[in-house]
Ligand binder design. Structure first.
Ligand SMILES: [Zn+2]
Length: 405
């Protein structure tokens, strides 16, 4: 069973990525790079050619995500995405020639050394609504363009929409139309971008609806969970090919908020390069927390013992090492998790996830007791872990009845 970690780096992650991809002597137990593919936001591919360059030298495939759904929002004038040659077309989607738009989007990816093609896509409220139909036409348009240009690169269609409507029976019928529009494409895998997911407030039913939609798609193509740092490992344990996450940030999927928050991005952050702050990944939560929260947690001896990085080759001086190399720690931790899951049969992987989620819920409550004594606003949400325990238990029962049959 293969399991892939896809990394979506931020603006200031270039040195770390170049560093981990650099060819050179490695210890045998280090294996290859700690991730399988690099996913570059379009504007990042344009502003930081170092990423594609380093990936190319290391033989790591590169996807350039056109983020065309940003055309649905009102962005600030200085937003780097607006300088993409297809941004203006994306913003006027109702009134432009679809093929011209697709041409511009794919040409941009090829020029920026993408080794896989991501068809343009929008965030659809429902697979059968106007934007859902547009997404289907964009898949067809992509097929026409690749055939006409004789481009033989594998394609990664993004199924992007609102989880609540995509996971219903009607939604499933809508998704079937997406699938039939993919028949002429050389699909490498489907990137599943159902939103919102990953806040930590999810109930059991919501998690199961994501798992089931993903598994259903897996019957047709391999599926990679998009923007799923939090539940990605669980989804891989349930049979997905992989998941995508940022490094110490951008670990959850909320496309609506991604669109609206760019309009409000504060100037200071934009001046610093627009990159989000890199947090401290706590493996028990599959989520990164701010340095202040990590410090509160790590000051408590019993909690530190449960939440610190337990890989002495990753963080030899404990929490201090984690803080000094938070990017490296995040990459190595996520990679190691998948390596372990990859070696287990599905049912054991699910046991593993269930136990971790149970521990995560308990640890979250302990951590919140400490955080309650500070003036920090952040809390670790326990609900998502409790729901994950229940959801995985359901999947496990289904799996064992399938095994018996
Ligand atoms: Zn570590």
């Amino acid at each position: 069973v293969k399991a892939e970690l896809l990394i979506r780096p931020g603006f200031n992650d270039h040195d770390k990525i170049a560093d981990v991809l650099m060819a050179g002597p490695r210890r045998v137990d280090e294996g290859g790079p700690p991730f399988e593919r690099l996913v570059l936001d379009a504007q990042l591919a344009a502003r930081r050619p170092q990423f594609a360059h380093a990936a190319e030298k290391a033989g790591v495939p590169v996807l350039v995500d056109p983020l065309t759904f940003l055309g649905q929002g009102r962005l600030q004038e200085d937003d780097a995405w607006l300088r993409m040659p297809f941004a203006n077309l994306a913003q006027r989607m109702g009134s432009v020639d679809i093929d011209a738009f697709t041409d511009a989007v794919i040409q941009f990816q090829v020029e920026h050394r993408a080794t896989m093609i991501v068809p343009p896509y929008f965030y659809a409220g429902d697979p059968q609504d106007e934007l859902g139909s547009l997404n289907i036409n964009l898949l067809r348009s992509t097929g026409r363009y690749l055939a006409a240009m004789d481009i033989d690169l594998p394609v990664v269609p993004v199924v992007c929409g609102r989880l609540q409507s995509f996971s219903t029976e009607m939604g499933a019928q809508g998704i079937d139309k997406y699938l039939s529009a993919m028949t002429n494409l050389n699909v490498e895998f489907i990137a599943l971008c159902l939103s919102p997911m990953g806040s930590g407030d999810e109930g059991r039913a919501k998690l199961l609806s994501y798992f089931r939609t993903a598994r259903r798609l897996s019957g047709h193509h391999d599926v990679v969970a998009w923007r799923q740092g939090v539940y990605g490992p669980a989804l891989v344990a349930a049979g997905l090919r992989g998941y995508e996450s940022g490094i110490g940030t951008r670990e959850q999927c909320d496309i609506r908020r991604t669109i609206t928050s760019r309009g409000k991005r504060d100037k200071e952050q934009a001046k610093k390069g627009g990159g989000p702050t890199v947090g401290v990944l706590l493996e028990a939560f599959n989520r990164s927390v701010t340095t202040k929260v990590a410090d509160v947690i790590m000051e408590d001896d019993p909690l530190r013992a449960r939440l610190m990085c337990m890989d002495e080759t990753c963080c030899p001086d404990g929490h201090e090492s984690t803080l000094l190399d938070r990017r490296g720690h995040a990459l190595r931790t996520r990679s190691r998790q998948l390596r372990i899951l990859r070696q287990q049969p599905i049912r054991w992987g699910l046991y593993n996830i269930e136990r971790n989620a149970y521990d995560g819920a308990t640890a979250a409550k302990e951590a919140n007791k400490l955080l309650n004594q500070t003036d920090l606003k952040e809390r670790i949400k326990a609900k998502g872990f409790e729901s994950l325990v229940q959801a995985v238990r359901t999947l496990r029962e289904e799996q064992s009845s399938r095994d018996v049959a």
